[in-house]
Design a protein around this ligand. Sequence first.
Ligand code: NCD
Length: 343
Amino acid sequence: MRHLLSIDQFDLQEAEDLLSLAKKLEPIARRRMVTRVLEGAVLANLFFEASTRTRISFDAAFCRLGGAVSDTTGFTFSSMAKGESIHDTSRVVSGYADVIVVRHPEKGSVAEFARATNVPVINGGDGPGEHPTQALLDLYTVKQEFARVGREVDAAHVVLLGDLKYGRTVHSLIKLLSMYSGLRFTLVSPPTLKMPPDLVDRVRARGHKVRQVDHPAEAERGIDLLYATRIQKERFTGEVLEDTSPRFQVNKELVSRVCSQSTVIMHPLPRDSAAGANDLSVDLNDDPRLAIFRQSDAGIPVRMAIFAKLLGVESLVLSEVRPAKWMSPECLGPEDAPFYTFK
Ligand code: NCD
């Protein structure tokens, strides 16, 4: 694998191997150990769309492997504002960096970056296309959370909810989850924001059950994973939300109606936290089933594993660790203690 552009490049074994490496890198992600295995290497982090988690976690993951980061954010401060093509930008940056992460508003644009260079290119989100590294960290989180409640990914009932048309995280995630066997997917979205039909066909062709509904209350009980997403209004091309009530809001009331004690609740974030938004409500913040911050934390070990693999240091990364010298908190958030199994 030279570039990481799509979940289509993986089979289940490869994805699971990558996540096993990520697990082994947790002591570095948790700031107990350090490595300098990528000392001297440079990451170019090119973000032409808004980002907090993805940009910072790629950056931090690379730094924690000992590398350095150069970045550019938005079109305004890059030469793309002067009309420079993707091809030229990619080839130029290849002269400066050893790996390139790109987020860009057009589907297929990151693959275009990759065609212009031999330096590894990672897709950090190509418009409504894919977000493969998010799906990998989502699977990492799902496996971790499921292990706690004693279940496997095979045969799970997964509810994907929200904007399934433009939400790139769910496009990559459904591809990755459908590598397992016998899942039941309930896809909950407004009729105008349904999962692309080719993806639904593909999931069915792999033998999974798929049900599409336009109201969360229609999801059958026995939900193992409830994965909510933000409505991607900035990507709308004429769609109108005919119903403006917060009917896709995942809140205490909905969760008490459709979820069980062992349901895992996830969201790629950011969420719209305004009252009445069609998004994951803050009223669930104290609910231990809400895994959103454990999910965002997973961005570090998973992205470290991706860099280690693409830059060929998987076998060195663990042999070169030493204890960290600075102090860091035992667990990252006040509500994390019960989940903090790592010592
Ligand atoms: C998402 C994205 O950018 O696709 N966020 C992320 O990377 N974690 C989701 C979104 O923007 O709604």
